[in-house]
Design a binder for this molecule. Structure first.
Ligand SMILES: [Mg+2]
Length: 379
């Protein structure tokens, strides 16, 4: 099948990149010896509104992150980025963050809203699935191991006139030309849709998703059972470059759900991932443990889950700007999480947030890390 061949090349390349960045990462860790005791703490940074606003570093983030590395540029304090954002593979995002922030960041340290989707590979590995959102949603899903994935751009382009507003839109999306692909989507049911990142064209995406869901995965056909639907997160709003918050995936979910529930006898069924889901914090804890293992035992991180599982942190710091997502999530996750709220993004209040109070409120990520390093007697 032509689509599979096209993707095979990109999957192999992605797998090679991932494996290469993984071994570089373990090498950089292995340069540190196990002379010192393993750190009893770790840090999870939110990205948007904490270390970056759009693509611009904020709150002194480059200098702050540099303090988490030794003089040779090797990581000395375990940290991850725990973001609901996404749209690009973890390897690509790690490279981009490394450039923007001026430190060496491994794909292992990048936990995005859609990262948990990889756990659904066994269920949908060979099924036709649709990936929605800005960036490269289909490449993300391919890198996770899904073998039969189309972006919603490609999927929609296989159906003539599915979007009656397309002629009025000033942008163009590439058309899938392969006859095999067009035949595939008109004969094979979509088994699941994954909202990987923010939808770019709400009107088209809501239309096409409703078509998929009400027909059991074959737009234009008879009514059928709703295929599965997964959202990377459910943030109503987020802080981008504009002074006030912008609508996020949660807003898109409300719009899609409201319309679907008006046209269909059964309410839309879906699963959301991302913060504040405690599962996300558990996973971040596990990854931080794996980083500590790599740091101190010089073991292969990927094969080290059992070893990592026995290690216990005294404190894990969540540094975020969104009370209902970052702080609420850390509070729900409980021990050993300690929440720090910055004023550089969604939250701008003078006092602590009333509904989801953080353990500490500071102006910037720099103040947050100052506090952490002082408390842990490192600075
Ligand atoms: Mg944020």
């Amino acid at each position: 099948m032509s689509l599979r061949i096209l993707r095979k090349a990109s999957q192999t390349q992605n797998a090679k990149q991932l494996s290469s960045s993984f071994s570089k990462f373990t090498r950089s860790f292995s340069q540190l010896s196990s002379q010192s005791k393993p750190p009893s703490f770790g840090i999870a940074f939110d990205i948007d509104g904490v270390v970056l606003r759009s693509e611009a570093p904020i709150g002194g983030s480059p200098q702050v992150l540099r303090r988490l590395y030794d003089d040779s540029g090797n990581l000395s304090i375990p940290y991850v980025f725990l973001t609901n954002g996404g749209g690009f593979t973890e390897s690509k995002r790690a490279l981009e963050l490394s450039e923007l922030l001026g430190v060496k960041i491994s794909p292992l340290q990048v936990l995005q809203g859609h990262t948990p989707f990889k756990q659904l590979v066994n269920r949908f590995e060979n099924e036709l699935i649709v990936a929605v959102g800005k960036g490269e949603p289909a490449a993300v899903m391919s890198e996770y191991g899904f073998k039969n994935v189309l972006s919603i751009d490609d999927y929609a382009s296989c159906f003539e006139n599915i979007d009656p507003l397309a002629p009025y839109k000033k942008w163009t999306t590439k058309q899938v030309k392969e006859v095999a692909a067009r035949d595939l989507v008109s004969s094979q049911r979509v088994q699941a849709a994954f909202i990987v990142s923010d939808s770019v064209d709400w009107s088209r995406d809501i239309q096409v998703l409703c078509d998929i869901f009400r027909t059991g995965g074959l737009p234009g056909r008879e009514i059928g059972h709703q295929p599965h639907l997964y959202f990377a997160h459910d943030d109503l709003a987020y802080q981008a470059a504009f002074p006030t918050e912008r609508f996020g995936m949660g807003a898109f979910r409300i719009a899609l759900e409201s319309i679907f529930n008006r046209i269909h006898p059964h309410a839309l069924e879906y699963t959301t991932f991302g913060k504040p889901n405690p599962f996300v914090f558990k996973n971040a804890e596990l990854v931080l443990k794996q980083l500590v293992s790599a740091l101190h035992d010089n073991l292969q991180v990927a094969n080290n889950q059992a070893n990592a599982g026995s290690y216990q942190f005294k404190t894990l710091y969540m540094i975020g700007d969104n009370p209902s997502v970052d702080i609420n999530g850390a509070r729900q996750a409980g021990h050993p999480w300690f929440s720090i709220l910055t004023r550089t993004g969604v939250f701008k209040g003078k006092e602590n947030h009333a509904e989801f109070p953080a353990d500490l409120v500071v102006d910037t990520v720099e103040e947050a890390v100052d506090f952490v390093l002082r408390k842990e007697c490192i600075s």
